[in-house]
Design a binder for this molecule. Structure first.
Ligand SMILES: Nc1ncnc2c1ncn2[C@@H]1O[C@H](COP(=O)(O)OP(=O)(O)OP(=O)(O)O)[C@@H](O)[C@H]1O
Ligand SMILES: [Mg+2]
Length: 648
């Protein structure tokens, strides 16, 4: 049966007769759908006939105009031009729809079991209806059923027959459900599940239906066509909350919970923090980064794409789960966040009181590790960054000087001596001077500025900062550009030595990590921390806007491969190919990154990746934003707030 609803009737302003041919008298149909659709028989609108009668092109209807002129009412405007309901599909305008209802469910399901259908590679309208059921009625039914099954088993036994294992299994299920319901652990629901498939042609519709049925089949779900009920099926999957099909199945709370559609099985877990929304299916990207093979993360994007914003959100949310956060902040942009979270903000400058002594030892003994040896290796790298190029002789001298400096303080390879007070920069300087060779004096001259020259004041005293606060930010903004890699190195080394002392879950965020990649030795050190972080519960996050340089270095690539988590936000056309090669991106994914808005990108966790959009609550946004206009507004508000008279 066909039902065609004309909407272009009145706006033409012509008598009906001109537009529509008179219809032959409608024969009485034996189609049962007539009952469903009622007896509405509006004049049908035949396109070809219309063009035959009128060579003119039809006027285009302006809905607003027609509504104002009252030539069309609202329903005419909203409703489709034609709807055709068939045995096995419904056609609305030019789109075919078929509704499937689910009649059989698997006995056991795991959370997110519907994921293959929710993420099906074609647009579907899926609706679930969940009806809470009065517990008492269910319990009465259950009691009766249990009694029946027990009687059946008892009779079988009496007659010497073998008990039906299916009945036994059902009885067990019913008993455990009864217990859960009585205890109030579970509640009872009726659940219905419909899928409407849209397609441009009937062939496509049949093809898609087959694919969906086989996907459902693989999940042990039995789906059937809502034959003869396509109209009700369509309405039941429209966002009207009207279940016209009413084909339900009983479920307890746990089973209903597993049908929750907004999870992507890949990157949604039941613990951890919210990283963002999966922009493909609007599910939440939630997980615990400490559950992956390592907890390191690398973030690449152009400036202003939302890297720091993302990391700050993660830091705030992780703090709530008892994870400590340490930040090395070259731009002083974590200050307000530290203040809001009750954290400690340590700023390094020549005049500030915060000191770190690069000669500190971790005082943690590990099997097979020579603590002093490791420290001297790190100091070697640090001094190479500070001193610049060294000849082989100078390197040997430096090594000897470092060993001698520790020995002068009574510190040797013997672990017991390593708890003594460590030497200072000045001690090394004196040792070098004392060596009295030309090369050693040259080395001494290169560190002189840190001991008595213009750079005095940061590394020449014993350490007086600590990591006791769960949220500690080290800012190096107030130092000149050339010193930043050195200070970042020293701070990273300090944090690394302290982290070993008491093990707990920590995030270490190195913002603008490319400062450290400028020198091979500091890059090497960063890499060594990345490599060993896992053993100390540490998740190291490196943020970089200089994508090309970072990935151009072997160490940069190695850092990426040793990070289970990777976030790519907006990329520049210059960098996108390199990113594509490193992360094995498809053309589509590259396009996504080129066209991404602020806070949008691709998120990799272990072997999975999803398109992500990073979202913050209003409160969070105020804490983490760095937009000058928003900051200015916030500041103004703080200044004016006390004086603002209360309106109430
Ligand atoms: N997901 C988001 N939602 C809303 N606003 C955002 C989002 N991400 C970033 N922004 C806005 O964009 C601004 C710049 O972002 P952010 O400071 O994270 O840039 P960045 O990538 O760290 O840049 P740079 O490399 O220059 O430090 C933020 O201060 C914030 O106002
Ligand atoms: Mg930033």
């Amino acid at each position: 049966m066909k039902l065609k609803l004309p909407t272009k009737k009145k706006e033409q302003g012509k008598p009906n007769g001109e537009l529509y041919k008179a219809q032959p008298p409608v024969k009485k149909s034996t189609n049962p759908l007539d009952k469903v659709l009622g007896n509405i028989k509006p004049p049908s609108f035949e396109k070809q006939d219309y063009f035959k009668d009128s060579p003119k092109k039809p006027d285009v209807v302006d809905p607003n105009y027609s509504l104002r002129q009252q030539t069309l009412n609202l329903i005419d405007i909203l409703s489709p031009q034609s709807a055709e309901s068939d045995f096995d599909y419904i056609k609305i305008n030019d789109v075919y729809f078929r509704t499937l209802f689910v009649s059989g469910y698997p006995r056991f399901v795991a959370p997110g079991w519907l994921e293959p259908i929710v993420n099906f590679d074609s647009s579907l309208d899926i609706s679930f209806y969940i009806y809470p059921v009065e517990g008492k009625n269910v319990l009465d039914d259950l009691r009766r059923k249990i009694a029946e099954m027990e009687a059946e088993i008892a009779t079988d036994l009496q007659r010497g027959r073998i008990v039906d294992p299916a009945t036994q299994a059902k009885l067990e299920d019913a008993r455990s459900l009864q217990e859960q319901l009585v205890k109030g652990v579970e509640r009872f629901f009726q659940f219905s599940f419909y899928i409407t498939i849209p397609a441009p042609t009937i062939e496509d519709l049949n093809q898609l239906t087959k694919q969906i049925e086989s996907t459902l089949g693989s999940l042990l779900i039995v789906a059937k066509h809502a034959s003869l009920d396509m109209k009700d099926g369509f309405i039941s999957t429209a966002p009207l909350a009207s279940d016209k099909l009413s084909i339900t199945r009983n479920m307890d709370t746990t089973s209903v919970a597993t049908t929750f559609p907004l999870t992507s099985a890949e990157l949604s877990s039941d613990k951890g923090i919210l990283y963002g929304m999966n922009s493909q299916n609007d599910s939440f990207v939630i997980f615990d980064r400490f559950s992956l093979e390592n907890s390191n993360m690398t973030i690449f994007a152009t400036s202003g794409a939302g890297k720091s914003y993302f990391v700050k959100l993660e830091a705030l949310r992780s703090l709530m789960l008892g994870v400590d956060v340490v930040v090395i902040d070259p731009e002083a942009e974590y200050k307000s966040l530290a203040e809001a979270a009750g954290g400690e903000y340590i700023s390094f400058s020549f005049s500030s009181g915060s000191k770190i002594n690069p000669f500190d030892l971790s005082q943690v003994q590990e099997e097979g590790e020579n603590q002093l040896g490791l420290k001297i290796l790190t100091l070697h790298s640090l001094f190479k960054v500070i001193m610049g190029e060294l000849t082989a002789i100078q390197e040997a001298l430096l090594d000897r000087a470092l060993v001698a400096t520790y020995r002068a303080k009574g510190i040797t390879q013997d672990p017991d001596t390593q708890t003594k007070e460590p030497p200072l920069m000045e001690d090394l300087y004196k040792t070098l001077i004392g060596m009295e060779t030309k090369e050693a004096l040259d080395l001494a001259a290169r560190i002189e500025k840190f001991v008595r020259g213009s750079f005095v004041g940061i590394f020449d005293k014993h350490t007086n900062v600590n990591l006791d606060n769960p949220f500690t930010v080290f800012s190096v903004k107030d130092l000149q550009e050339s010193l930043r890699p050195i200070v970042m190195f020293i701070v990273l080394d300090y944090i690394w030595t302290r982290i070993k002392r008491d093990l707990k879950r920590r995030l270490l965020i190195v913002d603008e990590a490319w400062h450290m990649m400028k020198y091979p030795d500091s890059a090497q050190f960063l890499w060594s921390v990345v490599k060993r972080a896992r053993k100390y519960f540490l998740g190291l996050t490196t943020i970089t806007q200089d994508v090309e340089d970072f990935l151009g270095m072997d160490i940069g690539k190695a850092i990426v491969t040793n990070s289970a988590l990777r976030l790519l936000l907006k990329q520049s056309p210059a960098a996108v190919d390199k990113i594509g090669d490193t992360f094995y991106l498809s053309e589509g994914e590259k396009q996504l990154l080129l066209a991404a808005n602020v806070g949008e990108g691709i998120f990799f966790a272990g072997p999975h990746h999803v398109p992500i959009s990073i979202v913050a609550s209003q409160k969070e946004h105020q804490l983490v934003t760095t937009r000058p206009e928003e900051l200015a507004k916030k500041e103004k508000k703080i200044i004016t707030e006390p004086n603002t008279p209360k309106t109430q």
